[in-house]
Design a protein around this ligand. Structure first.
Ligand SMILES: Cc1ncc(COP(=O)(O)O)c(C=O)c1O
Length: 397
């Protein structure tokens, strides 16, 4: 069959090769330590699980309003008011089957051929592909390791052209864990206002923030930037609810309505029982979130210490999320009996074969000097895996 051009424009994920190899090796009974997973390893908070089960028993299993049940949209609006100093009506909120779908509907609602969308690199793999699916052009701006992978206002300014429609900001970020401080956000917001840019603020890791840091949504910096920002968030990461598929956006009513139109003709509503579970998570799971954040922070510290103990490896301190993004380029050009390590892809393949450690090569995130390790796994596995990684790297000739 002849496939549509838009599919040809999509890139296959370079992570698939490593992921497929890791799976095959695990199936063969090998003790592979997998640091590639992008999801919390904790169970969904019990109150949310109960609410999901109760929703089934109460037969809340039919279609819901396309944009989500009013109770959940109101609870999200209340969360945004109390936690983020953002005033939205429930009608300014749309609930979707996962933040990935939220972002996709948003891209389809905003972008078209000729539009450029600034994406700071390293970036989450899905942003460029969604921009391309909407016929627009992703413009990558490298956020440097020396600045902790945070885009500066002047780097953004330099990337702006008359075609620039939006910038996608994700903090705390996947794959780096980087998070912006208020003055940095103020400077970025100024550039956005000066050039009439839309901000897509992907705040899905908002609650996974360490060292006592407080989260500032760029939309909360003032009414003008709020008018130009669509805030995206979801339940997957903060509430360990990846499989329930629940994401949401809040923003200008015309954008939310446009997203609703697209959602109504594609997925329809997010799963009814997931919405009731998500509502309960927002109401009562704060103590669970606090426990998970404490554990992630402990693991972050172990992961970072161990990575920095590997000669030649550098790694900015992740402020949030559950990923470390070490620079491994000191090992490029080094050899092993099976060949030479010329890239992060090669290095990831070498670590998998030689150390039974699965990491995601930085090529996937537009940053080929790095690999991503998720610390959504136990301290024991982090210690064992980073130990194996160090030994394997030291064996390179
Ligand atoms: C930065 C970022 N945004 C959005 C998502 C989408 O999350 P979900 O579709 O599970 O809500 C992810 C998931 O990996 C992510 O890392």
């Amino acid at each position: 069959m002849t496939l549509a051009d838009r599919v040809e424009r999509l890139e296959h994920s370079p992570t698939l090769r490593i992921a497929a190899m890791a799976k095959r090796m695990s199936n063969e009974g090998l003790d592979v330590l997998d640091f590639s997973v992008g999801q919390p390893d904790f169970p969904t908070p019990s109150t949310a699980k109960e609410a999901g089960k109760n929703a089934i028993d109460a037969n809340r299993t039919g279609y819901t309003a396309n944009e989500g049940i009013l109770e959940l949209r109101a609870a999200i609006a209340a969360k945004l008011r109390v936690e983020n100093c953002l005033e939205y009506a429930p009608q300014d909120v749309i609930v979707s089957p996962g933040a990935k779908a939220t972002l996709y509907f948003l891209a389809m609602a905003l972008f078209q051929a000729g539009d450029e969308v600034v994406i700071p690199a390293p970036y989450w793999v899905t942003y460029p592909e969604q921009v391309r699916l909407a016929d627009a052009t992703p413009v990558f701006v490298e956020a440097s390791e020396s600045n902790g992978f945070r885009l500066t206002a002047s780097e953004l300014e330099a990337a702006v052209t008359p075609r620039t429609k939006a910038v996608i900001l994700n903090y705390p970020g996947n794959p780096t864990g980087a998070c912006y401080d208020r003055p940095e956000l103020e400077a970025i917001a100024e550039v956005c206002l000066a050039h009439d840019l839309i901000v897509i603020a992907d705040e899905i890791y908002e609650k996974l923030l360490y060292d006592g840091r407080a989260f500032t949504s760029i939309a909360s910096l003032g009414p003008e930037i709020k008018e130009r920002t669509v805030v995206v968030n979801g339940m997957s990461k903060s509430y360990s609810m990846t499989g329930w598929r629940l994401g949401y956006a809040a923003g200008p009513r015309d954008v939310i309505d446009a997203m609703g139109k697209i959602q109504s003709h594609s997925t329809s509503n997010a799963t009814s029982i997931a919405q009731w579970a998500g509502l309960e998570a927002l109401r009562s799971a704060a103590p669970d979130v606090e426990r998970m954040v404490g554990e992630f922070e402990r693991r972050r510290d172990v992961m970072l210490d161990r990575l920095l103990a590997i000669p030649g490896v550098t790694c900015p301190r992740p402020a949030g999320a559950f990923y470390a993004f070490p620079n491994v380029s000191a090992y490029f050009g080094r050899s092993h009996p099976g060949g030479t390590v010329d890239s992060a892809l090669d290095l990831a393949a070498y670590l998998l074969e030689e150390a039974l450690v699965a990491v995601v090569p930085g090529e996937a995130f537009g940053a080929p000097a790095y690999v991503r390790l998720s610390y959504a796994t136990s301290v024991e596995k982090i210690e064992e895996g980073t130990g194996r990684m160090k030994a394997a790297l030291e064996r390179l000739g």
